[in-house]
Design a protein around this ligand. Structure first.
Ligand code: ADP
Length: 594
């Protein structure tokens, strides 16, 4: 994989390369130029020396022939020695007649030497080559000696070029040293410039990394260059805007979460695939789910209710707000009513649905209670009314003329009328208690329990005496509660009345009150018929009776204990019962201590 390099190296290396290359080229060009200049100057010098030598030689041998060869050779050696230059004199046939450094007789014919051939054409010949004789490179300059338009001889001067090379090598060395110094200095400067360019870029890089890590309150320093300044400004602006938007989104989300979590109604949002995307705490506790675990899962896998799935599909398909016609019953036995709204994106396309669930369990229970109550009341009233109607019709049909039967029938009618009256009395007192509770008309005050119990016993005294039942009371004078004596007396009277009703003649009913576990316990105990265990949990329900016929015979309505329960509840208390068939019953009222 391609690995990106640091910018500083990307800038620094080409800088350095360009500088070293330019330096090399300049050095190469300069040294080449110098070499040519130097060689040119040497050639000129040799030419001038040859001209001077010609003048000297013309005095010794004006004809330039091999007749005076010895003289010529002598001059060559003398002058050559004096001015440290090699002189060679060559005749047009190539014969060497004089040489400052060698014996001409031992020397080859020089006719074929390139500089000599050029000189034979009447032009100064210049050539640089390796001399095998002297084992070094030499520059040769051959000067034609002209007489009457003809080349009479050639004077050749030569010098070793090794001196030139040495000088050039010195120059190269100095250029090389200078180059290194310049490379170091330029490297330093290019590094400094690269770093200068790189520093703000690095700062931008670090700033961008901080932005990416969520530190949107950080601001980049504005660098000096215009481009970087604009970039830093743009990045700072971007961070500020992002920060602002994130804050807005966060606060909107917090508000939404606060609204959702404070809602009593359960709210569930699903996407177009019916997968859960949001749900509030009420929904979590209603459906017994953990949002973190069910998030993204199908709602079908979380809430098992065929009607609900059909309901959600309908909202997503139709894109319309729908209220559930049916009441949903979920696993926990609760009854819910759902209100569904489609969720739409900014283009108005459906992206899911939001369903608000109302827990209507209480309403449903109340409705059931009301329905059962109406049915029970109707049933309770129907029996005496049917009897009354039947006996009145019998009387009308002629029984009125039969005084014995007529009296008996009228007694029965009176008994049923009393029963109707008792039921209506109890219903009225029940509804009165309920109404007063609802209207908050009941005022609580400190009342002494002993007073309540004594009054209640007093009210039941006659009925007890009728059955020879002894009533007894055990209660400390100091026990008191917060409540209304009238209602509490009614509750206790109902319990004592039952105890008398369901006790045999000559029995006993004991009423007792004491403090027990931060409550006041009032116990009404009898040693009468008792109640079978299976009925105990229901006897406080309205119209619930263990033995309907017996209750009716005793003038019971089935509402006495329901009234007791209601009154005790108003006092924030509770009721309970213990009973053994044939042994008797104990009814308890517990009221909070104040
Ligand atoms: P009722 O008017 O029939 O007495 P209550 O609501 O007062 O109606 O009582 C409900 C039923 O509870 C009674 O029908 C009776 O069967 C039973 N019950 C109540 N108190 C006693 C008791 N002390 N001993 C035995 N049975 C009782």
């Amino acid at each position: 994989m391609f690995k990106s390099r640091k910018l500083i190296w990307q800038l620094y290396r080409p800088y350095l390369l360009i500088m070293v290359m330019s330096l090399l080229l300049v050095a190469l060009y300069a040294s080449n130029f110098l070499k040519h200049l130097y060689l040119g100057q040497i050639a000129d010098l040799l030419n001038e020396k040859a001209l001077l030598f010609e003048k000297t030689l013309s005095r010794v041998d004006p004809d330039m022939s091999d007749v005076n060869a010895n003289e010529v050779d002598k001059v060559c050696k003398e002058i050559g020695y004096l001015i440290s230059t090699r002189f060679t004199v060559i005749l047009p046939n190539g014969t060497v007649i004089g040489d400052s450094h060698e014996d001409p007789k031992k020397m080859d014919n020089h006719a074929l030497r390139p500089e000599i051939q050029t000189a034979f054409d009447g032009i100064v010949g210049i050539n640089t080559r390796f001399s095998k004789t002297l084992n070094t490179e030499y520059m040769y300059v051959a000067l034609p000696v002209m007489k009457k338009g003809k080349v009479k001889a050639v004077i050749r001067t030569s010098m070793p070029t090794s001196d030139i090379d040495k000088t050039l090598n010195k120059i190269y060395y100095k250029i090389f040293l200078g180059g290194i110094v310049i490379a170091i200095i330029s490297a330093f400067f290019s590094f400094a410039i690269s770093s200068r360019i790189n520093r703000p870029i690095n700062e931008m890089k670090h700033g961008a990394a901080r932005f990416a890590n969520g530190d949107l309150d950080f601001r980049l320093d504005v660098p000096s260059s215009e481009e970087m300044d604009a970039l830093a400004d743009a990045m700072n602006n971007m961070a500020a805007q992002l920060n602002e938007r994130i804050k807005t989104i966060t606060s909107q989300r917090n508000e939404l979460e606060a609204v959702l979590s404070s809602m009593v109604e359960a709210v569930v949002a699903v996407d177009s695939n019916e997968c859960i995307i949001e749900c509030n705490q009420a929904a979590e506790s209603l459906f017994g789910i953990d949002f973190k675990k069910v998030r993204g899962g199908k709602i079908q896998d979380t809430i098992n209710n065929a009607y609900l799935h059909h309901f959600i599909s309908n909202i997503i398909k139709s894109g319309a707000t729908i209220d559930s016609d049916n009441i949903l019953q979920i696993g926990s036995g609760q009854f819910l009513q759902a209100h569904g709204t489609p969720l739409k994106d900014s283009d108005g396309d459906s992206i899911g649905a939001l369903i608000v669930f109302n827990d209507v369990t209480r309403l449903k229970t109340l409705e059931n209670i009301r329905r059962d109550f109406v049915a029970n009341v109707s049933h309770e009233l129907k029996t005496p009314i049917t009897s009354i109607k039947g006996f009145v019709e019998t009387l009308k049909d002629g029984a009125v003329n039969d005084p014995d039967n007529a009296n008996r029938f009228l007694d029965i009618i009176l008994k049923h009328a009393d029963r109707l009256n008792a039921i209506i009395e109890d219903l009225l007192s029940l509804s009165r208690v309920e109404q007063e509770t609802e209207n908050e008309e009941i005022t609580f005050s400190k009342i002494y329990v002993k007073d309540v119990l004594s009054n209640s016993l007093f009210m039941c005294q006659n009925k007890a005496e009728e059955k020879d039942i002894i009533l007894s009371l055990e209660c400390d004078d100091t026990i008191y509660v917060k409540g209304t004596s009238e209602l509490l007396e009614q509750a206790v009277v109902n319990l004592i009345d039952n105890a008398i009703k369901y006790s045999d003649t000559g029995g006993r009913v004991n009423v007792e009150a004491k403090h027990k576990n931060k409550e006041v316990e009032i116990k009404i105990e009898d040693w009468g018929t008792g109640i079978p265990t299976e009925h105990l949990s229901r006897i406080f329900e309205r119209f619930y009776r263990v033995d309907k016929a017996r209750s009716r015979e005793l003038g019971g309505t089935g509402l006495g204990l329901a009234i007791v329960k209601h009154i005790v509840q108003i006092h924030n208390g509770r009721t309970s019962v213990e009973s053994i068939v044939g042994k008797g019953s104990r009814f308890y009222i517990y009221l909070p201590l104040v």
